[in-house]
Design a protein around this ligand. Structure first.
Ligand code: URP
Ligand code: ZN
Ligand code: ZN
Length: 460
């Protein structure tokens, strides 16, 4: 017996059209009218949009940041993901210093396997480079990890320019792609030291020690290293105009750059840090929120096709008991915030309904382009015959208000508290199984599977 979603509007990155969709087992098997087979369950989705299940390119679940663990595990984080219409997440498996990539990957499988409610894959974050790690990048490709990550900031994670160059060359050779956290960590560390020596310990020194120019500098440097290495490159969580300009200059020179941004850089701004009190710690993340004018610049960049993917950088820490580790010293506030649950609703409301992007562009940045860039298309990211039946039904006739007390993600606040949303994620199917019904998660057990990804070429 199959399932027919009847009466909805299918939205792809290319077009919007009225059609029914039939699911059989884990796959989409028919699209059109009169596709019902005797015994099928008919689900009325009239008036709703049917989009490919979201893919969040950037989460950190069950992460130890050295001082504390993220509030969300794979179980709670992926449950929140499906509640928000995201059926696949890509998390960052991270190599510890002295460890092999293979061992790092094993650790992340132990964290995620049999515990995830959405499908999941891993980027491999390389923190300790040597010849054997270079060789292991091939092993990662065979394990279905076709993307990597390197940090240009954070003392314990960052790599030097020569390593970036070598890794980019290797990645290009094997059909991988490396995402970079672009901030000039060395200068930032100096600015933090100077601030602390001057007794400047309040949270406003978080943004003041991580200015946009140092994100742009790292972005510019990365673009030039990628150009010399003749490698495509992925920029994670781009936050500001200055970095965007560096990307555009590089693209004009022929560099193949894929750019990710996040809802927080589209919707929030640095004023959060400058209010009295410690509430602003909820927004401490890196890069920090920027000056307000950046919001519209980034929306326009999505609309112009200069931003390719929207991930969340979901890295949640509770306000009480975790963020307050930095009450007396901004540099000790755990970096990161929650977002996986609200990405699609926020983009729909503040992007599509406010005419900043089209609904097709929404589908592209939250699902289709991530699937293409990261070697999952058209298994994922598509409403096509033969694709996984990962389907999100958006009901545009329901209005709601985001409240932490109602959220699924396991954290005591949301940066989007009291944000109105003009839609509901009414139903979600994960490989053909209904996991969200009438806006509520109905999965009783974690049925998410590991997605073994191919190399992706020519995704742009
Ligand atoms: O503040 C953030 N973004 N924390 C998560 C780690 C990272 O830089 O992506
Ligand atoms: Zn980062
Ligand atoms: Zn991150």
């Amino acid at each position: 017996m199959g399932i027919v979603l009847r009466g909805g509007k299918i939205v792809t990155s290319e077009k919007t059209y009225s059609s029914d969709v039939r699911i059989d087992g884990e796959k989409i098997v028919a699209i059109g009218s009169d596709i019902e087979v005797s015994g099928d369950e008919i689900v009325d989705v009239a008036g709703s949009y049917i989009i490919p299940g979201g893919i969040d390119t950037h989460t950190h679940f069950d992460l130890d940041n050295g001082a504390t663990m993220t509030a969300d595990s794979f179980a709670t984080g992926t449950k929140a993901a499906i509640a928000g219409g995201t059926t696949t997440i890509l998390d960052f498996a991270t190599q510890s210093k002295g460890e092999s990539l293979t061992d790092g990957l094993k650790v992340w499988h132990m964290k995620a396997d049999n515990k995830s409610y959405s499908d999941y894959g891993f980027h491999m974050a390389i923190t300790d480079w040597n010849d054997s790690v270079r060789d292991e990048m091939d092993v990662m490709i065979n394990e279905g990890v076709s993307s990597f990550k390197m940090y240009m900031a954070y003392k314990n994670l960052k790599v030097e320019d020569d390593v970036i160059y070598e890794a980019l060359k290797k990645s290009e050779e094997i059909g991988g792609i490396i995402g970079f956290h672009c901030e000039n960590g060395e200068v930032i560390d100096e600015l933090i030291k100077e601030a602390k020596e001057s007794g400047h310990l309040s949270l406003k020194y978080h943004p003041l020690t991580r200015p946009a120019i140092l994100e742009a500098e790292a972005t510019s440097r990365l673009m030039k290293i990628a150009e010399v290495a003749k490698s495509k490159v992925y920029v994670v969580h781009l936050s500001c105009k200055e970095s965007l300009e560096e990307v555009k200059k590089a693209e004009a020179r022929g560099v193949d750059v894929v750019v990710e941004s996040c809802p927080q850089y589209l919707l929030l701004d640095e004023e959060q840090y400058f209010a009295d009190g410690f509430e602003g710690a909820k927004y401490v993340m890196s890069p920090p929120l920027r000056e307000k004018s950046n919001n519209d610049i980034l929306w326009k960049a999505i609309s112009d096709g200069d931003i390719d993917t929207i991930g969340t950088d979901h890295c949640s820490f509770n306000f009480k008991g975790q963020k307050d580790l930095g009450k007396d010293d901004f540099s000790k506030i755990p970096n990161g915030g929650p977002g996986v649950e609200h990405r699609i609703k926020l983009l729909y409301t503040y992007g599509v309904c406010r005419d900043k992007i089209t609904i097709n562009q929404l589908v592209d940045v939250v699902s289709t382009k991530p699937a293409k860039v990261f070697g999952m298309y058209p298994q994922k990211g598509a409403i096509e015959i033969g694709s996984d039946a990962d389907i999100t039904v958006i009901n545009p006739n329901i209005k709601d208000v985001i409240k932490a007390e109602n959220q699924v993600q396991n954290v005591d606040y949301t940066p989007y508290e009291d944000f109105e949303v003009d839609c509901a994620i009414s139903r979600v199917y994960l490989r053909g199984t209904e996991v969200v019904k009438d806006g509520k998660v109905i999965s009783k057990s974690p049925t998410g599977q590991y997605v073994k990804r191919r190399q992706a070429r020519g995704a742009k």
